[in-house]
Design a protein around this ligand. Structure first.
Ligand code: PXG
Length: 464
């Protein structure tokens, strides 16, 4: 491919509407055009090599150059590029993938519904949960409780589950019967409570909300085991056991959104297993194909699946590409690589410890108030003073600065406000982890220096 950076940027500006993007700002800055990738690295047009600390968008877990995945897709494209699974039809890639996923899932998960994305998986969840309760003669059980700052996708249903008010404001969301409770974000919200007590108290908001709404109206609670897009928010150890107890007590369905945490990222096939959660439904996507194809779905436990199959008639829901054969073939190849290379075990026993010990070193940086990690998800809180949890004024855009310095250094690290996050590929080596942390440290230094300058400027403006 001949490189034509200026031409691409111009056409991009004129014709391509990007997801979650301020287009005026994008037009001024110009897009970064990624033209190729290998292992844990991506390359920009113009040649800069960048270590991808985010595995694309939390998905390219096996890295970018897996021939097995490409070949599985090509083979399937030649053999059966498409057929649907409506109207009593099916095909081997979807059947085999469903079987394999049920073998990997915790006991009691014996069915899968396929979608093309995590958003569609969560829209499926809303339909499925409400249908389940109506099949049990309780159609008034409609309310789904989610969390502030949780992320579940961008379709109308999934965006309603999200706890991001700015998403709701643009579209008259949420849809009816979605409630939100507080997130277990100790660093931001914990005040004087110790993390354990804070975790319990936040979890109890679920019980209070169920009581207030009336248990006869509440269908389910949905949450990510670790909040990803919200800023690598890792709940205190007391949180999930309390949530599980409350769901059991009231008999509501528990949904663990495994779109990021599932398929190995927390060192288990499903993130719920890391926390000992016993969910009834598990939406998944992203890592199931290592991002090489668009595929998502919902793991359905027998509690829900048996009712659906034995009491239900037709479930009026599905997509043209539900269980697309090419996506399923690539997912099967992904799972095969992971099984053959014992990747989940390797992530748990080697990569996670190597990552977390290096990540913790960043806590020593003067700009970092907390360095935390769970599995291969890391977060850094940027603060003006290490001895307090106070934040920088928003207008300083400290996180954005740091993100831009990271790119300058050749590292993708995301900013969520002033929280920096990474989620590296599973195949990252120790040397590459060193590189990640060194580059992050340098970017933090540069951010701090730039703040000194910004503060200096503000002071001289004030005195002049
Ligand atoms: N659930 C969770 C937990 C997610 O993280 C979705 C559902 C929706 O999946 P789809 O495939 O519809 O995008 C997600 C997606 C970010 C970022 O900036 C995170 C996601 C997507 C895009 C950006 O961290 N997560």
């Amino acid at each position: 491919m001949t490189e034509n950076l200026a031409g691409w940027q111009q056409a991009d500006r004129q014709h391509f509407l990007h997801p979650f993007t301020d287009h005026r700002q994008l037009g001024e800055r110009g897009t970064r055009v990624i033209t190729r990738a290998e292992g844990v690295y991506i390359w920009e047009a113009g040649g800069q090599k960048i270590l991808d600390g985010m595995s694309g968008l939390w998905c390219v877990n096996l890295g970018y150059s897996r021939a097995e995945l490409a070949e599985a897709g090509c083979r399937q494209l030649r053999e059966l590029p498409y057929y649907n699974s409506f109207f009593q039809c099916t095909h081997p890639p979807a059947i085999e993938l469903a079987r394999e996923l049920c073998e990997l899932a915790p006991p009691g998960f014996n069915r899968v519904f396929f979608t093309n994305s995590g958003s569609e998986a969560n829209d499926t969840i809303i339909r499925l949960v409400r249908y389940y309760w109506s099949l049990l003669g309780k159609p008034e059980k409609q309310i789904i409780i989610a969390r502030r700052n949780g992320y579940h996708g961008s379709t109308v249903g999934a965006a309603s589950l999200c706890g991001m008010p700015w998403m709701h404001a643009q579209a008259g969301l949420p849809i009816p019967n979605i409630l939100h409770i507080e997130q277990p974000y100790w660093f931001g919200l914990g005040g004087d409570l110790d993390p354990a007590e804070f975790g319990r108290r936040i979890a109890r908001q679920l019980a209070t909300t169920i009581e207030e709404a009336g248990v006869d109206k509440v269908a389910a609670f949905i949450a990510e085991p670790v909040q990803g897009a919200g800023g690598a928010i890792i709940p205190p150890a007391t949180y999930w056991p309390e949530i599980q107890k409350i769901c059991d007590h009231y008999g509501i369905l528990l949904i663990a959104d495994e779109v990021i945490c599932g398929i190995g990222r927390l060192g288990h096939w499903f993130g719920s297993q890391h926390y000992g959660i016993r969910p009834d439904l598990m939406p998944f996507a992203k890592g199931i194909t290592s991002g090489y194809q668009a595929l998502g779905g919902v793991m359905v436990s027998d509690r829900v699946g048996d009712v659906l199959v034995e009491k239900g008639g037709e479930f009026y829901h599905g997509f043209t590409y539900s269980g697309h054969p090419v996506a399923c073939a690539v997912a099967r190849a992904t799972l095969k690589v992971m099984r053959d290379e014992k990747l989940v075990e390797r992530v748990r026993d080697a990569v996670i410890p190597a990552f977390s010990s290096r990540w913790q070193k960043l806590a020593e940086h003067p700009l970092v108030g907390e360095a935390r990690s769970a599995g291969l998800i890391g977060g850094l809180e940027l603060v003006p003073r290490k001895d307090s949890r106070n934040r920088f004024p928003k207008e300083l855009k400290v996180g954005e600065r740091c993100r831009d310095f990271c790119i300058e250094q050749g590292l993708v690290m995301r900013a969520v406000g002033d929280t920096m996050i990474v989620a590296p590929p599973f195949i990252i080596s120790n040397e590459q982890l060193d590189e990640l942390v060194d580059k992050a440290w340098k970017a933090l230094d540069l951010t701090r220096q730039s703040l000194g300058q910004a503060r200096g400027k503000a002071r001289s403006q004030a005195s002049g």
